[in-house]
Ligand binder design. Structure first.
Ligand SMILES: C[S@@+](CC[C@H](N)C(=O)[O-])C[C@H]1O[C@@H](n2cnc3c(N)ncnc32)[C@H](O)[C@@H]1O
Length: 257
């Protein structure tokens, strides 16, 4: 979790490499209150390195890497395939074009669910409360803007650093859709927890506030809330959905208002 990582800021270093965005790297170090360096030797003993190179921002710790890359979803996005995604099916409104609809991804992570919605046509605002994950996310969307087949979707994605529990109740206009995907509870010794999520676990404070997140979403008065859950997981905040769409490992609970 970032708060505990940042309690030991001397363990975190931002390393700038040739070809990277110097301004962004310096700004990140300043925001987090950690050391900025261009010297690879200076990060040898750092517990966590935030490396800004020509391919963007990487979070590196104990041999593990976290780096957003939306272009790897190409197989799932192109040639009309995005409409077969369970999330997109759960998100859609019968008889309405996603191009006319707004969505809020209240737990954006590295933006993979958001890009499915944006590619389908939704205009998506992405909230991410963790400053390191949010920096990775902003960098991920910035790079997606430069990828020809992805750029239109990336233009529909707006990243905001903030806690949805406090931000959603303040929204001026109710969005059509809110997506909630807080961290699933960790299963002991589970090989199912992908590497990416092991890293996010390291950064994320465990969600003890799932009920608050659901209440914040309800108070924003969206037309629909979609909650991503493990197939056998409990309802978020104990709220029973109107209907659910289930896949092998994932379930989307849909609360229609
Ligand atoms: C399971 S991950 C989401 C993965 C994301 N759906 C994707 O496709 O990459 C959960 C993320 O939500 C963020 N998060 C959890 N609670 C939040 C809140 N109240 N406000 C904003 N972000 C939150 C966490 O920091 C974490 O990055």
């Amino acid at each position: 979790m970032t708060e505990s990582i940042l309690k030991e800021p001397d363990k975190v270093k931002v390393l700038f490499e040739k070809g990277g965005e110097r301004g962004s790297a310096e700004k990140l170090a300043k925001t987090l209150g950690v050391e900025f360096t261009e010297d690879p030797a200076a990060v040898k003993d750092a517990g966590i390195v935030l490396r800004y190179g020509k391919d963007g921002l990487y979070f590196e710790s104990e041999g593990q890497i976290l780096h957003g890359d939306l272009s790897k979803l190409r197989q799932r996005l192109e040639k009309g395939r995005v409409d077969h995604e369970l999330l997109v099916k759960a998100a859609k409104f019968k008889g309405e074009k996603p191009e006319d609809l707004t969505a809020v991804d209240a737990t954006a992570g590295l933006g993979e669910d958001s890009v499915l919605l944006a590619f389908a046509g939704f205009k998506v605002t992405l909230y991410e409360r963790d400053p390191i994950i949010c920096a990775l996310l902003k960098d991920t969307v910035r790079r997606a803007l430069k990828v020809q087949w992805l750029s239109d979707a990336a233009k529909r994605m707006k990243v905001v650093e903030g806690d949805s529990i406090t931000e959603l109740p303040k929204l001026a206009d109710p969005p059509d859709l809110i997506l909630l995907d807080p961290m699933f509870p960790a299963k002991k010794n589970s090989g199912l927890v992908k590497k990416k999520f092991q890293m996010i676990y390291l950064l994320e404070r465990q969600s003890s506030d799932e009920g608050d997140l659901m209440q914040a979403a309800l108070s924003a008065h969206p037309r629909k809330i979609v909650v991503k859950r493990p197939a056998d997981g409990p309802f978020l905040g104990g709220i029973k959905p109107g209907y659910s769409l289930s896949g092998k490992t994932i379930r989307y609970d849909c609360i229609v208002r």
